[in-house]
Design a protein. Structure first.
Length: 163
């Protein structure tokens, strides 16, 4: 499969995902309370629209570009890339763990734990000052922006309720 075909398939799938995502956001998340208020729907809706626009730009770029000559390939070799299962599984575990910690411990405790874990395990950062500074700084910045400035309530834990 050429890069042009891969880009077309990727752009089509991302556009489909953006449409479904945006439709589900509009269908399930209620809008803000007043005229022009930012509610819980704002960020996911903007994300879906942004993803749709970028995927449309990718598709337009693929359609407008010249077709490449496909090199001689083995017809039995349909997938030439190597799948890295360990990083994919690790990310799945981290996302699932973050969801569980958000539910039980809340945003203020779950976020620095997961950021610390991701930086230590995935990025292999070993500087204690950088690890703790980033995890606490990112959590504090998100809490100040979303909870205090925008008034968007972040997850409170069922076991521990801080925030």
């Amino acid at each position: 499969m050429t890069d042009q075909k891969r880009s077309f398939v990727l752009g089509s799938l991302l556009l489909l995902l953006a449409v479904v995502w945006t439709w589900l956001v509009i269908d399930t998340i209620p809008p803000g309370f007043g005229e022009g208020d930012i509610g819980a729907r704002a960020f996911p809706l903007i994300f879906g629209i942004f993803l749709g626009v970028l995927s449309l730009l990718l598709l337009i770029n693929v359609v407008r570009s010249k077709p490449e000559c496909e090199p001689d390939t083995d017809p039995n070799d349909s997938f030439q890339g190597v799948i890295h299962w360990l990083p994919a599984g690790l990310i799945l575990i981290e996302i699932s763990g973050y969801g569980y910690l958000l539910n039980t411990c809340g945003f203020v405790i779950a976020t620095p734990i997961v950021v610390l874990f991701v930086m230590f395990v995935n990025l292999r950062i070993r500087s204690a000052k950088l690890l703790f500074g980033m995890s606490i700084g990112l959590t504090l910045a998100c809490w100040l922006i979303f909870e205090k400035a925008l008034g968007i309530y972040l997850a409170n834990g069922s076991w521990i309720n801080i925030g």
